[in-house]
Design a protein around this ligand. Structure first.
Ligand code: SF4
Length: 494
């Protein structure tokens, strides 16, 4: 999962992406970068590195990003390994000079690599699937260089959409030409467009999340549709192409956990959805309390995403809402590690129990999701060691039993705590006295959208994936990286 942003028609566009990247930092903390283009000098400017936005641009490097068109990226590595070759934005010199960022995963990586090598005599150098998208765009533009640029670009993206499978939301720049953006045919990953009046024209901004527009003082215009290409030329004229008839299948995890609570997608605000999920969870938990004849004393969230749902749930259950896990805000990025054996210590560092509020209480712990179970297990242990009489767990996401191949970092089903397990077995592993998931059949009602991607909970994959091919190709990355979504969550606990 990553954050992407692009801007055109704005003086010092590259510099302005610096605050925008802060607004997308929660989507990726491994690396960050900005690529800008100056039409007057006909020059690209690029700076990217491993680290948080503040570290990568610590020596005011953003001031060097000249020009009125720019791309930015915050990276969480899911497929490409965590090395400098895979950091975005990436760049290809021919044709035109193309720069690109993306969010998502290509699921037929091997097939596309073979196509590029055997049919187009192109060799890739990184593990990043962005490099494939970059080459495929370049191939199409070169094939149609006799056409006008908007025509050539639409034919290029149309061909790319038919050959490259998976989930991808892409923003690109073409030297001397303009800024473009497109989504895969199912629109699994978010991409939005905003605009700002500049004289008799608009300047435009693409972003993974809506709050970027507030930061840059743009008005949100609309979402980029599945299979849609939008090209804004250097005169700020806009060209749109609908290259797919498919309906959107947005990732439900954006509302459950990933997007900031101030964000919104498909007209459904994250905050409002999280309140609604808390409401549904309260109704379901009430039934359990009635059936199993038990009571709870307090409701408490796992900070931070679950807070909104926990507040609503407590209101409905008419139970006291208490924050009994204090977050240490001063633990620095250097403590965050990809090593699994340090992950649990990291959780210890970040959350400390408030014993006086815990001792002897029956606690309902609310979390947004339970993936590997590492974080939940640790927190339950903390609460019990602090004297909790009983700990029940309620999750605003249905049980995650299947891998995600579309850009969230849990590509192995076997690593998921709920994989092939009953609720009783899961409760036992986590050490809780009872567990309540949001029922799968109420997920659409909670989010308010009918055609979500919910493959990780129901196994119904929007884009079929050859699991063995996918895992074998990325084996070394997955083995070496040894991270999970629990770690992403742990990072957001800071
Ligand atoms: S499988 Fe799950 S996490 Fe992955 S895109 Fe679909 S809903 Fe999102």
């Amino acid at each position: 999962m990553c954050g992407v942003v692009g801007l055109i028609g704005e003086p010092s566009a590259g510099e302005k992406l610096y605050p925008a990247l802060f607004a997308l930092q929660h989507r990726g903390q491994d690396a960050a970068g900005i690529l800008s283009y100056d039409f007057d000098q006909n020059e690209f400017f690029l700076h990217k590195d491993i680290g948080l936005v503040q570290d990568v641009f610590s020596s005011a490097k953003y001031q060097d990003m000249q020009g009125s068109m720019a791309l930015g990226h915050t990276r969480y590595s899911t497929i490409g390994s965590l090395n400098k070759d895979d950091i975005q934005p990436m760049f290809l010199s021919y044709p035109h000079g193309i720069g690109m960022v993306h969010n998502g995963n290509v699921t037929n990586y091997k097939e596309v690599v073979n196509f590029l090598r055997e049919r187009e005599l192109r060799k890739t150098f990184s593990q990043s699937d962005l490099e494939l998208l970059l080459h495929m765009t370049g191939v199409g533009l070169a094939d149609h260089k006799d056409k006008t640029l908007p025509q050539a670009l639409s034919l290029s993206v149309q061909s790319l959409l038919s050959k490259v499978e998976g989930a991808y939301s892409v923003i690109g720049v073409l030297a001397d030409q303009g800024l473009f953006a497109f989504c895969d045919q199912n629109g699994i990953r978010p991409l939005l467009i905003g605009r700002k009046k500049q004289g008799d024209k608009f300047s435009y901004c693409f972003s993974s999340e809506k709050q970027v527009f507030q930061v840059l003082e743009y008005e949100y215009w609309r979402d980029v549709r599945p299979g849609e290409l939008i090209f804004i030329d250097h005169q700020l004229d806009i060209h749109t192409f609908n290259l797919s008839e498919k309906k959107a299948r947005p990732c439900m995890f954006e509302w459950i956990y990933f997007a900031g609570s101030e964000s919104e997608w498909h007209g459904r605000p994250m905050y409002e959805v999280r309140l609604k999920l808390g409401e549904i969870l309260a109704e379901e938990f009430q039934k359990k309390m009635h059936l199993e004849q038990f009571d709870i004393d307090i409701v408490t969230p796992v900070p931070d995403t679950a807070r909104t749902s926990a507040i609503r749930l407590a209101e409905i259950l008419q139970k006291p809402y208490r924050e009994v896990l204090a977050k240490n805000r001063y633990v620095q990025r250097s403590f965050i590690t990809h090593q699994a054996d340090l992950r649990s210590l990291m959780v210890n560092l970040k959350l400390l129990p408030i014993e006086s509020q815990i001792k002897g209480k029956n606690i309902l712990l609310v979390d947004d999701s339970v993936v590997r179970g590492t974080t939940s297990k640790r927190i339950v242990k903390l609460l019990k060691e602090a004297g909790a009489a009983k700990v029940y767990l309620a999750s605003t996401c249905p049980a995650i039993r299947h891998a995600c191949y579309y850009g969230i970092d849990f590509p192995r089903s076997e690593a998921l705590v709920a994989h092939n397990k009953t609720d009783l077995q899961i409760a036992d592993i986590l050490g809780v006295d009872g567990i309540q998931y949001l029922p799968l059949n109420r997920l659409n009602e909670g989010i308010g959208i009918p055609n979500l991607c919910s493959a990780c909970v129901d196994g119904d994959y929007v884009v079929p994936v050859n699991k063995d091919d996918f895992l074998s190709h990325h084996k070394s990355n997955l083995k070496n990286k040894n991270t999970s979504n629990e770690e992403v969550k742990a990072r957001r606990l800071q």
